[in-house]
Design a protein around this ligand. Structure first.
Ligand SMILES: Cc1cc2nc3c(=O)[nH]c(=O)nc-3n(C[C@H](O)[C@H](O)[C@H](O)COP(=O)(O)OP(=O)(O)OC[C@H]3O[C@@H](n4cnc5c(N)ncnc54)[C@H](O)[C@@H]3O)c2cc1C
Length: 392
């Protein structure tokens, strides 16, 4: 009998397993792949705060960035730059492997080729059934960290997140691009954005988020960049994945917690989920450790996890989600006008100088932006999904 079975060996699952194992709990990670590090769709950009807090090793960082070019639908550019590095671009496969290695070094066990398809509550614990492996394992508690779209949250009566976006990305040889570029506009990625992220060794990740037909938009973006002589359309294949935009209503139950994308702990503004998932993994492991000590794995006792992660991230996710919905309604002309007013009124500089605005925490920047009368005029008749209260 294990203390905890963690389902999924992505960043959220491996971090949870690591934190449990280092406190002496018998933890096993069941991973459906034949190894970890297969999430090729992910761009792997994380803020420096994440690098620092989780002590991420230089060996899995491809490069660090201080700046980015934001491009409006008609080609207007906002150049944002700070003196210090703001973000790091991960070698996502190497990062996942390093996180799993860290958990294994702390004593967690990994079992690959183990797709979990069902779970059943017994009097002693939870019985977890794996496909391929053909048998079942027992644990006192289970952590669902199997990413977005997992059926397992429904199996354990935690429901499912009801808003998501599709993401697609391809790695291509790059000719002329040395900075992160973000593209906005209905022709590129309606309601969302596309990106070009130079990594290293003459390569770049090109991708976008879209509610529908992401492959068609990716082809258009690649054609555009190739026609500008920026990239060489590669032989590689695009990778696809879905990203939740809203958290589950409930992330705990008797003997079970959900973390990471499985719980919808993702920034709705950008779709970035590595940092928030790992922050929640720490809260999950801490809650479980206390509950295992007290031998009380009831939903009531585990509800502390839900309260604590929402205290930390709930406001960010709510403001980010509403801003996302607002952005999805903007026309190309409105986005262009926003670029104009931001530049003319030096709002970009003001935001860059604000110490409470950062790569990982967006609600302050959103509220500062929306409070500006010039911005409100651009948004015109669109009703703001926010109270104008200063402390939101
Ligand atoms: C196109 C795109 C670009 C992105 N770019 C960024 C970015 O730049 N920065 C950022 O922070 N985030 C980014 N993200 C989001 C990021 O990839 C996720 O938030 C992150 O991977 C979530 O980690 P996780 O551990 O919760 O889930 P995952 O990384 O999805 O890991 C889940 C694991 O569970 C395993 N699994 C699934 N089902 C089962 C099962 N039934 N049994 C056993 N194992 C199972 C999977 O094989 C996988 O290993 C991007 C996502 C996409 C789609």
């Amino acid at each position: 009998m294990y203390d905890v079975i963690v389902i999924g060996g992505g960043p959220a699952g491996s971090r949870t397993a690591y934190m449990l194992a280092r406190q002496g709990w018998k933890a096993v990670v069941l991973e459906k792949g034949n190894g970890v590090g297969e999430k090729l769709s992910c761009t792997g950009i994380i803020g420096q705060e994440c690098v620092r807090i989780f002590d991420i090793d230089d060996s899995v960082i491809l490069r660090r960035v201080k700046s980015a070019r934001l491009l409006s639908p008609s080609g207007k550019m906002l150049y944002i730059k700070r003196e210090e590095y703001q973000a790091s671009i991960l070698d996502r496969a190497a990062f996942d492997i390093a996180m799993a290695q860290r958990a294994q070094n702390a004593g967690a066990q990994y079992v690959f080729d183990s797709a979990v398809h069902d779970m059943r509550m017994t009097r002693e614990g939870v019985e977890v059934y794996c496909r391929k492996r053909g048998d079942s394992l027992m644990a006192r508690a289970v952590v669902i960290a199997s990413g977005y779209g997992t059926r397992l949250t429904e199996v354990m009566r935690l429901g499912k997140t009801d808003d998501f976006v599709a993401g697609v990305q391809i790695e291509v040889p790059v000719k002329e691009a040395d900075e992160v570029e973000v593209y906005f506009g209905r022709e590129t990625a309606p309601g969302f954005f596309g990106w070009l992220v130079p990594t290293a060794d003459g390569k770049a990740r090109v991708g976008l988020l879209a509610h529908k037909t992401p492959d068609e938009y990716l082809k258009k973006l690649l054609d555009l960049l190739a026609s500008q002589g920026r990239i060489v359309p590669g032989e590689g294949k695009p990778s696809y994945d879905a990203i939740p935009l809203k958290p589950l209503r409930r992330t705990y139950g008797d003997r079970v917690l959900a973390v990471g994308d499985a719980a919808g702990q993702v920034k709705p503004t950008t779709g970035g989920g590595i940092y928030y998932g790992m922050l929640c993994a720490d809260i999950a492991a801490d809650t479980l450790s206390n509950a295992l000590h007290r031998d009380d794995l009831s939903a009531k006792n585990l509800s502390r996890y839900d309260r604590e992660w929402r205290r930390k991230l709930g406001h960010e996710l709510m403001v980010g989600y509403r801003a996302r919905k607002l952005f999805e309604r903007l026309s190309d002309q409105q986005i262009d006008r926003l670029f104009d007013v931001i530049e003319k009124n030096h709002i970009d500089t003001t935001l860059l100088e604000a110490t409470d605005v950062s790569f990982d925490w967006h609600s302050r920047a959103i509220m500062k932006l929306l409070r500006r009368a010039v911005v409100a005029r651009v948004l015109g008749s669109i009703r703001l999904p926010f109270r104008s209260s200063k402390n939101i």
